[in-house]
Design a protein around this ligand. Structure first.
Ligand code: NAD
Ligand code: UD1
Length: 344
C-alpha cells in the first residue's frame, strides 16, 4: 500500500461514514493524500480498510471526536493540510428532536472547535456538508441556492447555524475559502459493492429501507402518505448517487484555492422521483418484490424537494452523471453482498 509523495493532504472529518468513505476513495484516486478523523459513533473502520484495498493507497486514521479541541489540535500538529472536508456530525432528524442538545454539541460545537483549530493553524479552506433541509418547505421547485432558508427540526437548525457561523468567519477574516454543499438525497454505493450505507437500527430514509425489504430483513415498506399534490400522491425527492456527490467534493477541493469567501452549491440531479417510482425501479433493478403499505404522512415531511443544480455546473464544472438505474443497481449490489453492512 502506497503513501503518495508530495501529494496535497486533505483532512476528512467523518471520513469513515457513508459519504465520507466514498469521498476518501475519490480523493485518493485523484492523487490526494487523505487523513481521516472520526469517532466511529456511526461507522466502522472496515469502510476505510476497504477503501485502502480498492485504491491500494494508505489512509492515516485518528479516532478523534471533533468536539475534542486538544486531540484535534494534535492532528494538525502532525500534518500540514491543504483543506478540510467536514462530514463529521449526527444526521438522524427524528433523534435530533429527542436529544437536541447532543445535536448542537456534536454538530455546532464540533464545527466551531474545528474552525478554531483550523484558524490557529492558519488553514482557512473548508468544504462543509450541508443539506437541502435548510430550504424548509420550499415555495416552489426546482430549488435554487438563493431560496429562503429555514429549519423545522434541531438537525436542520444545526446545518443552518454552521452555515451562518462559517459566513460570519468569512466576514471576520477574508482569507477564508468556504464551500457549503447542500446535498439533496444521497443514495447508492460504490460500483465494487464493497462500501455503502449501513444505517444502525431501523432506517429512517427511503432507499436503505427499501433495500432491507428487498433483501428480506423487513416485511414491507410503509409509504408515508399518498395524498400530496404530486403526480401519484407520494413524496417526490431528488436522489443523487453518492459517487456523483463525492465527485463534487473532489472538484470543490481542486478549485477551492481560487474561490473567495463563501460559495454555496446545491448538489442534486435536477430530477424528482416519487416513493412509488422508487419502489417500482427497485423491483426492476433487483428482481425482488418490495411489498408496501400506504400509511399516514410522516410529520414534518414535504411534498416535493428537488434541485436546480446548474450553479454547481458553472462553478465546479460538475454535474451528476449516474441515473436512477445505477443508483439502484449499486445499492442492491452493496446490500446483497453485505446484508449486515460492515459487520461480517
Ligand atoms: P454518516 O453517519 O455515515 O457519517 C458521519 C461520520 O461522522 C460517521 O463516520 C460518524 O462516526 C462520524 N462522526 C459523528 N460525530 C462525530 C464527531 N463528533 N467527531 C468525529 N466523528 C464524528 O453520515 P453521512 O450520510 O455520510 O453524512 C455525512 C455528512 O453529510 C453529515 O454531516 C450529514 O449531516 C450530511 N448530510 C447527509 C445527508 C444524507 O442523507 N446522508 C444529507 C445531507 C447532509
Ligand atoms: C431526509 C431528511 C432531511 C434531509 C434529506 C436529504 C428525514 C426525516 N429527513 O429527508 O433532513 O435533508 O433526507 O438528505 O430523515 N418515505 C417513505 N417511507 C419510509 C421512508 C421514507 O414513504 O420508510 C418517503 C418520505 O415520506 C419521503 C421520501 O420517502 O417522501 C424520502 O424520504 P427520506 O429518504 O427520509 O428523505 P427526506 O424526507 O427527503
Amino acid at each position: 500500500m502506497s503513501v503518495q509523495q508530495n501529494a496535497k493532504k486533505i483532512l476528512v472529518t467523518g471520513g469513515a461514514g457513508y459519504i465520507g468513505s466514498h469521498t476518501c476513495l475519490l480523493l485518493l484516486e485523484a492523487g490526494f493524500d487523505v487523513v481521516v478523523v472520526d469517532n466511529l459513533s456511526n461507522s466502522s473502520l472496515e469502510s476505510l480498510r476497504r477503501v485502502e484495498k480498492l485504491t491500494e493507497k494508505f489512509i492515516r486514521f485518528y479516532k478523534v471526536d471533533v468536539t475534542d479541541q486538544k486531540a484535534l489540535n494534535a492532528v494538525f500538529v502532525d500534518h500540514e493540510f491543504e483543506a478540510v472536508v467536514h462530514f463529521a456530525g449526527l444526521k438522524a432528524v427524528g433523534e435530533s428532536s429527542q436529544i437536541p442538545l447532543t445535536y448542537y454539541e456534536q454538530n455546532v460545537h464540533g464545527s466551531v472547535t474545528l474552525i478554531k483549530v483550523m484558524q490557529a493553524h492558519n488553514l482557512k479552506r473548508i468544504v462543509f456538508s450541508s443539506s437541502a433541509t435548510v430550504y424548509g418547505d420550499p415555495a416552489s421547485v426546482p430549488i435554487k441556492e438563493d431560496f429562503p432558508t429555514s429549519a423545522t427540526n434541531p438537525y436542520g437548525r444545526t446545518k443552518l447555524f454552521v452555515e451562518e457561523i462559517l459566513r460570519d468567519q468569512a466576514v471576520a477574516d477574508n482569507e477564508w475559502q468556504i464551500v457549503l454543499l447542500r446535498y439533496f438525497n444521497p443514495v447508492g454505493a460504490h460500483i465494487s459493492g464493497q462500501i455503502g450505507e449501513h444505517p444502525q437500527g431501523i432506517p429512517n430514509n427511503l432507499m436503505p429501507y427499501i433495500s432491507q425489504v428487498a433483501v428480506g430483513q423487513r416485511e414491507f415498506l410503509s409509504v408515508f402518505g399518498n395524498d400530496y399534490s404530486t403526480p401519484d400522491g407520494t413524496g417526490v425527492r431528488d436522489y443523487i448517487h453518492v459517487v456523483d456527490l463525492s465527485d463534487a467534493h473532489v472538484k470543490a477541493i481542486q478549485k477551492i484555492a481560487s474561490f473567495a469567501g463563501v460559495t454555496t452549491l446545491n448538489l442534486g440531479t435536477g430530477n424528482g422521483y416519487s416513493v412509488l417510482d422508487m419502489v417500482k425501479a427497485f423491483e426492476q433493478g433487483s428482481g425482488k418484490n418490495v411489498p408496501y403499505k400506504l400509511v399516514e404522512r410522516r410529520p414534518g415531511d414535504i411534498a416535493e424537494c428537488w434541485a436546480d443544480p446548474s450553479y454547481a455546473g458553472v462553478i465546479l464544472g460538475w454535474e451528476a452523471k449516474k441515473g436512477l438505474d445505477e443508483m439502484i443497481e449499486d445499492t442492491w449490489r452493496w446490500q446483497s453482498n453485505n446484508p449486515n453492512g460492515f459487520n461480517k
